[in-house]
Design a binder for this molecule. Sequence first.
Ligand code: MV4
Length: 454
Amino acid sequence: MFRRILIANRGEIALRIIRACRELGIEAVCVYSKADKDAPYLRLADRAICIGAGPSKDSYLNIPRIIAAAEVCDADAIHPGYGFLSERADFAAICRECKIEFIGPSPEAMAQLGDKVAAKRAAKAAKVPIFPGSEGAIEEEDEAVEVAREIGFPVIIKAAAGGGGRGMRVCHNEATLRASIKKAQQEAKAAFGDGAVFIEKFLEHARHVEVQVLGDKHGHSVHLFERDCSMQRRHQKLIEEAPAPGVDRKKIAAVCESAAKLIRTTGYAGAATVEFLMDDEQNFYMLEVNTRVQVEHPVTEMITGQDIVKHSILIAAGEKLGLRQKDIAVTGHAMECRINAEDPARNFMPSPGRIDTWEVPGGPGIRMDTHVVPGYMVPPTYDSMVGKLIAHADDREQCVARMVRALREFRVGPIKTVIPLHLRLLEHSAFREGAVDIHFLERALKQDLLGPVA
Ligand code: MV4
């Protein structure tokens, strides 16, 4: 087992990893930037090492400094959390060269699943449902047109190396498709250093459903069921929940099993999320695979009782998954509201600064994952998430009621947060019915359907 882990991240996920280390009897060392030097969570680590100035490229994205910190404290392993270096195959490879265990998949597995063309090929082999589209990368206009005629318009052009919504173009007819291929290739080359693009059928209305999986180094994998993350704006999720409301359990069970198989057949070790879109007929189509622990992992932890961060550490240390699929059961319903320091009434403008008032909810079925304490300064330098409020209850209706109760207990000031928006969303009939698609929030904001959100 590891003696000491370096945490190459900040904020709530750094604290979440410290807590997992503590419970496993592993020392936790945090790196931090000058912008985080007074952050109170650093005092909960066994040691904290300053790695540079505030901007991420000088600190949390600076590979030589992070490796140097790991060598200075003699860490056995590095946990990257989410964001920053978590999905950088080159970083995982450098860790290997330095004989430091990267807590996540091998650089090979990460590179394969990070390439959407390769990931789709692996998905097809594992019988994971995918969108109809080009078999591999598209080279010529004519190829794209041929595939589009076969699958029908609209189609979407995506970059093989893209992700999180970057490098996509929707085409409704042959003329725009012909005009777009070369541009998309050039854009992909400039943005990702890889000009490979592919096309697939474009789905207008959809829900975002993703499957949490775990694979170990001994060829075993399990799934921890699904989450619905349809409530999002500009590819930033706001509310996630599990199980996905109104989904046929037999149908989703098959999708979850295929996701676990994909992870096994690609030799993937660690936690991963397989993302899908679900259409109105409950057909599933894989989008991409996230090769990290995700922000919304607590939702799954609450319904399964499994500690995903601990699993990620134990898997990296070479332990066998200590659980079988048949032993994993779902209990009740869970929901997460991301608490962002943003002003929803001003187009989600970041609202950094000192948090004087910070009174967090508690009581039955409430979990608050946050690094914030009263007096904490939210730096303007990083993303605006200051915490995650998670509610767990016997069923969805009680879970929503519990979340509303908790959000009303929350007192934060003087910075602005998205809490008032959450209350509006949770009151909305479409949300109550579990009928929210991926465009709901942006549409509702544009049409002013939510009422006052501040
Ligand atoms: C799609 C799609 C519709 N059809 N692919 C956006 C992020 C990236 N992971 C894939 N994305 C999409 N791919 C096909 N074939 C619609 C989206 C999409 C989306 C997906 C999930 C969550 C929010 C979204 C918002 C806009 C578009």
